[in-house]
Design a protein around this ligand. Structure first.
Ligand SMILES: Cc1cc2nc3c(=O)[nH]c(=O)nc-3n(C[C@H](O)[C@H](O)[C@H](O)COP(=O)(O)OP(=O)(O)OC[C@H]3O[C@@H](n4cnc5c(N)ncnc54)[C@H](O)[C@@H]3O)c2cc1C
Length: 338
């Protein structure tokens, strides 16, 4: 049996590694960071099916995931409307989930190397799951966990100026606050928290900053990323999956799901390669085609809808439609998740 090397131990890489171990394929994951660690992510996972979780042997990782069923949209600090989610969305922190998935790979006999930033050029049996490759410009993301914070619905979505911020509970009851911003606050700040709150202020979300400053921040959970570009199709797809393949706008809560679904999709091809039934070149060709076809419409719809959350004038249209009960929320949800 040939070995598969996975570069990047995030959700896509670890999901694939788990699936490969279930099929007895030798697997080595190289991860630049160390588990457990917080990651910039809204930590609500929409559209992941029980079947996919089972196929990859990941059931134990989700044992205490929350099941969210409502979402409330806010504009200028005012609640616009609460919607029932067409199907439950999982709430679980990356701190917990990535650690559990890495441990499971090891329990199944796979190798997970931490603190290794691999720089392997493409080659037989190497799959790149290193997540977003930052590029100059684009959006920035910030997140943190807060205790003692009440929310109006399972998910709160706050629209700011060219930005939005989601609030949702994770498995230990803390609230994850995660935002996407075109502009972040720059200058001298006493702490990362001050910078986060100043960024909220700068983006017309000062009311949220006030709310957070009264709650109980889990200091070690604050993190940020930059250089996020949506709408851009990456030049080199072959041998990649998850965010390395393509980014979906985070309001969908579907990026984690796509990373895991991508792993499930390429798994039979990777097993076929490891067993010597498929040439590597064929693996690259077929996995790329499979991923493009499976997710193309989700990326397209999500990118069409994204400006409605970001641009103040389009947000007004969304608000009016929503207040008049004319927003086809279930249909739009379906288009971005199936
Ligand atoms: C602001 C924001 C909010 C989001 N909210 C949500 C949400 O609510 N729901 C949702 O489903 N999705 C959300 N997402 C998207 C989601 O986080 C990603 O789609 C998901 O993490 C992709 O998983 P991945 O495995 O492809 O990459 P990642 O999870 O990013 O993992 C990549 C891993 O590769 C490692 N790595 C990188 N380079 C190397 C290297 N050279 N060698 C070794 N290791 C390397 C990194 O350390 C990392 O651990 C959000 C994203 C952002 C930016």
């Amino acid at each position: 049996m040939k070995k598969i090397t996975i570069i990047g131990g995030g959700l896509g890489g670890l999901a694939l590694a788990n699936g490969l171990r279930l099929a007895d394929v030798p697997v080595e994951v190289m991860e630049a960071g160390h588990y457990p660690r917080h990651r910039v992510c809204g930590e609500f996972m929409a559209g992941l099916t029980e079947q996919t979780i089972q196929d990859l042997g990941l059931k134990s990782c989700f044992v205490d995931a929350l099941r969210h069923s409502t979402t409330c949209f806010f504009s200028k600090g005012k609640a616009i409307r609460t919607y029932a989610l067409p199907s439950p969305v999982l709430g679980i922190s990356r701190h917990t989930l990535d650690l559990r998935m890495a441990n499971l790979v090891r329990e199944r006999g796979g190798i997970v190397r931490e603190g290794v930033r691999a720089d392997l050029s493409p080659g037989n049996g190497i799959i790149q799951t290193g997540g977003n490759k930052p590029k100059a410009g684009g959006f920035s993301g910030m997140k943190g966990h807060w205790g003692d914070l009440e929310t109006r619905a399972d998910l709160e979505m706050h629209m700011g100026e060219h930005s939005y911020v989601g609030l949702s509970a994770v498995e230990n009851g803390d609230i994850n606050v995660c935002g996407l911003f075109k502009q972040i606050a720059v200058g001298e700040f006493g702490s990362r928290l001050d910078r986060f709150l100043a960024t909220l202020e700068r983006n017309g979300l000062g009311y949220l900053a006030k709310r957070l400053s009264k709650a109980n921040l889990r200091e070690d959970s604050l993190c940020s990323v930059a250089g996020l570009h949506y709408n851009s199709i990456r030049g080199h797809f072959r041998g990649t999956l998850g965010d390395r393949h393509r980014l979906i706008p985070p309001f969908t809560g579907n990026g984690m799901t796509i990373a895991i679904e991508s792993a499930a999709s390429v798994l039979p091809l990777a097993v076929a390669y490891a067993e010597g039934r498929l040439a590597w070149e064929q693996f690259l060709e077929e996995s790329d085609t499979r991923l493009r076809e499976q997710f193309a419409h989700r990326y397209r719809t999500a990118n069409l809808l994204h400006p409605f959350l970001l641009s103040p004038s389009l947000q007004s249209i969304l608000t009016i439609l929503s207040r008049a009960r004319l927003l086809p929320f279930p249909a739009l949800y379906k288009l971005t998740h199936a």
